[in-house]
Design a protein around this ligand. Structure first.
Ligand code: NI
Length: 249
């Protein structure tokens, strides 16, 4: 099920069977010369939607939390960021809204490495808030909060290492660009030339340093290798892993 295409009676019925929800979470930031600005939000959304399509009764997918922590990308036009405190507050509000209806298990399905620290901080904030709530004296059932990065599934990692033995990279990676090309083939940028072919690697600081050290936005990658067919394989592997993980969740 997709939450945003469901009615409230359908969600009420669903809650009688399962208290779990998958929330794709990403970022709105530059992804080099041939990657979409929405890449990090699109990847977990595409994978979760693919999983939902193949097993609609097994998974409930929330709308995508599609702007995250991307301060270091603000040197590039189009990037949008939340400050960490805003993101924590927003995640708290999303969670509390859903808790009110009876949801207890939250599977935040992440598409952006720069979100990880803030997602973990938000989890601590959510747990602390519940512990400090005077009604917490009755030891209400705890929430299960989990973060999973889509590229961390073993099967996905094996696949992208096999597809891109060189130039997979750390930002604007060959695999994430392939995933978005699979879902949006009409928007592919197939004739973009990149120099150097494999982007430099280095540390990430603030927006000014990032633009100076990584002038076209990529880190360590050669996403001219990206294509629809690879994207299909990656989405299928990740969706299968997601469904297996949710069954255990
Ligand atoms: Ni990315």
């Amino acid at each position: 099920m997709l939450l945003h295409l469901s009615t409230w009676p359908e969600i009420a019925t669903r809650l009688e069977q399962s208290k779990a929800i998958v929330i794709p979470i990403g970022s709105m930031e530059q992804h080099g010369p041939n990657g979409f600005i929405g890449t990090d939000a699109l990847c977990p959304e595409i994978i979760a939607n693919h999983a939902e399509k193949s097993a609609p009764d097994d998974i409930l997918v929330a709308p995508t939390f599609n702007v995250g922590c991307a301060q270091h990308h603000l040197g590039f036009p189009g990037s949008i960021t939340l400050r960490p405190s805003t993101m924590i507050a927003s995640m708290l509000d999303w969670t509390n809204s859903l808790v009110r209806h009876g949801f207890e298990k939250f599977y935040w399905f992440n598409g952006h490495g720069g979100n990880i620290a803030t997602i973990e901080a938000a989890f601590s904030e959510i747990h602390a808030q519940r512990s400090f709530d005077p009604r917490g004296e009755d030891n209400r059932p705890g929430l299960t909060l989990r973060r999973v990065n889509w590229w961390d599934y073993k099967s996905v990692e094996t696949l992208y290492k096999q597809l891109y033995p060189t130039g997979h990279g750390m930002h604007a990676t060959a695999s994430e660009v392939s995933v978005t090309y699979y879902a949006y083939p009409d928007h592919q940028k197939s004739d973009v030339e990149m120099s150097p072919k494999i982007a430099p690697v280095g540390r990430i600081g603030d927006a000014v340093q990032y633009r100076a050290d990584f002038p076209d936005g990529r880190i360590g990658s050669d996403p001219t290798q990206s294509n629809v067919e690879d994207g299909r394989k990656l989405v299928e592997a990740a969706a299968e892993a997601l469904l297996k993980d949710i069954a255990r969740f």
